[in-house]
Design a protein around this ligand. Structure first.
Ligand SMILES: [Fe+2]
Length: 440
């Protein structure tokens, strides 16, 4: 992405504007009581996310990049995510909704003024408009978080889809794809708005493996349930087994059984579980157990990225499975365009050269891997972005979901969460080692 300064400025401004449009939608579609309420102890009140978005923008774009005086230093502590866990945020002295809307609008006007005036070069925060891209991604990530809050909220539907999902499945696909062994380039040193944990690019040796062509579907997951998957400790990691027993889990979050049918709640609507959609709202433990039941395993993070980015013809690492072009609606289900993942096998235009589909968009995919730094990692611009999360507590998710905006989604993008979490838009696909005979 080499761009002249004007094109860069326009890209940064439009990324910020797109994020703000979405923030506005998510914070004006409910009344004030729903903005200040905590809908789940796992989530912040929506009005906390809103003002936190503005506070981060103020700290980075106005104070650090623009060198301006602090607008509201008195609220920095209230909106510091590390100072206050989500469960404690409703009791903080939060800005009221109207005040929060006014604050974020004021910050944004000043940020756009700085963007107009400042050279987009001369340091890592300014080069290619990184700080502006980082803040647009931050806002979009909170928009995804707020969409999760909407999914957890009880009450009638307030979000609607502009259009129904198009029919994009184009025939019978092979169940799995062989990815030949050998080295590939993981991570990036060139993607201008990539975050610290995606860097630097480095070579990895990955032996041959087979990976599912598509994410695991609801229908396939139902077979695991009906086969007694939740009642059989053979399939579960020890911690996972203890967790499902303690909490009485027997299906993905938001599912319930009525007669002989599975129903799910989706943004305020209860509907039959569609068997052909990727399974959604499963924990890492559930994904891992399903894979073992199926005689398979979760892909490692390196396997996932190789399937998504490695060009087998020239050995080059691509930005996306389909090449280097930014995502379009034909490539992937991103950006909250729809409020659901597309049926498995959709998006032929987004498939990898080897034929793997829906790696980008639809559902975040759990991988087998812990969240660890790449060799040569350097924290930037602050340790709390990634470094404090490295270790064996968190598992990596890849590829983004229907709730992720293209600005915060790349073949190199890494997400992480605790293995028990399932309020997130998480699914998975499975893999296995290649059979040496079949591969020869
Ligand atoms: Fe944040």
């Amino acid at each position: 992405m080499t761009m002249d300064p004007e094109a860069l400025r326009e890209r940064a401004a439009s990324a910020l504007l797109a994020a703000r449009d979405r923030t506005r939608l998510l914070t004006t579609c409910v009344e004030e009581p729903d903005l200040v309420a905590q809908h789940s102890p796992l989530m912040s009140p929506l009005v906390w996310d809103l003002a936190h978005i503005g506070n981060q923008e103020e700290q980075w774009l106005l104070r650090t990049v623009g060198g301006r005086d602090a607008l509201r230093p008195d609220i920095d502590s209230v909106y510091d995510a590390f100072e206050h866990p989500r469960a404690a945020r409703p009791s903080l002295p939060l800005l009221a909704p109207a005040e929060a809307h006014g604050y974020v609008a004021d910050v944004r006007a000043r940020a756009l003024d700085i963007l107009e005036r400042i050279p987009l070069c001369g340091g890592p925060l300014l080069d290619a408009g990184f700080a502006f891209g980082m803040i647009a991604q931050h806002e979009q990530q909170h928009d995804e978080t707020m969409l999760i809050t909407h999914q957890l909220r009880r009450g009638p539907a307030v979000l609607t889809e502009a259009e129904p999902l198009p029919a994009l499945v184009d025939g019978i696909l092979p169940a799995e794809v062989l990815v030949p062994g050998g080295p590939f380039t993981m991570g990036t040193s060139t993607e201008p708005w990539a975050l610290d944990n995606e860097r630097p690019a480095h070579r990895r040796m990955v032996p041959s493996f087979l990976i599912d062509t598509t994410p695991v579907s609801n229908g396939a997951y139902q077979r695991f349930i009906e086969d007694g998957g939740y009642d059989d400790p053979r399939w579960w990691a020890a911690d996972g087994w203890a967790h499902v027993r303690e909490h009485g889990l027997h299906a993905p979050l938001f599912w319930r059984r009525e007669g002989n049918q599975w129903l799910r709640r989706r943004f305020g609507v209860t509907e039959p579980v569609p068997p052909d959609e990727p399974v959604l709202h499963v924990s890492w433990y559930e994904a891992d157990a399903y894979a073992r039941w199926a005689g398979r395993r979760l892909p490692t993070e390196a396997e996932w990225e190789k399937a998504a980015r490695h060009g087998p013809a020239d050995g080059r690492a691509m930005r996306y499975p389909w090449g280097d072009e930014d995502p379009t609606p034909a490539h992937a289900n991103l950006g909250q365009r729809y409020l659901r993942p597309a049926p498995v096998g959709s998006y032929p235009d987004g498939e990898s050269p080897l034929g793997v589909r829906q790696l980008i968009g639809d559902v975040w995919e759990w991988t087998a891997s812990d969240f660890l730094p790449y060799p040569g990692f350097a924290a930037f611009p602050y340790r709390e972005y990634s470094e404090v999360f490295f270790g064996s507590s968190y598992k990596v998710l890849r590829g983004g979901s229907f709730a992720v905006d293209p600005v915060a989604c790349r073949g190199t993008f890494r997400n992480w969460d605790l293995p028990i979490r399932r309020q997130i838009f998480s699914g998975f696909r499975t893999a296995r080692d290649a059979d040496p005979v079949a591969e020869a």
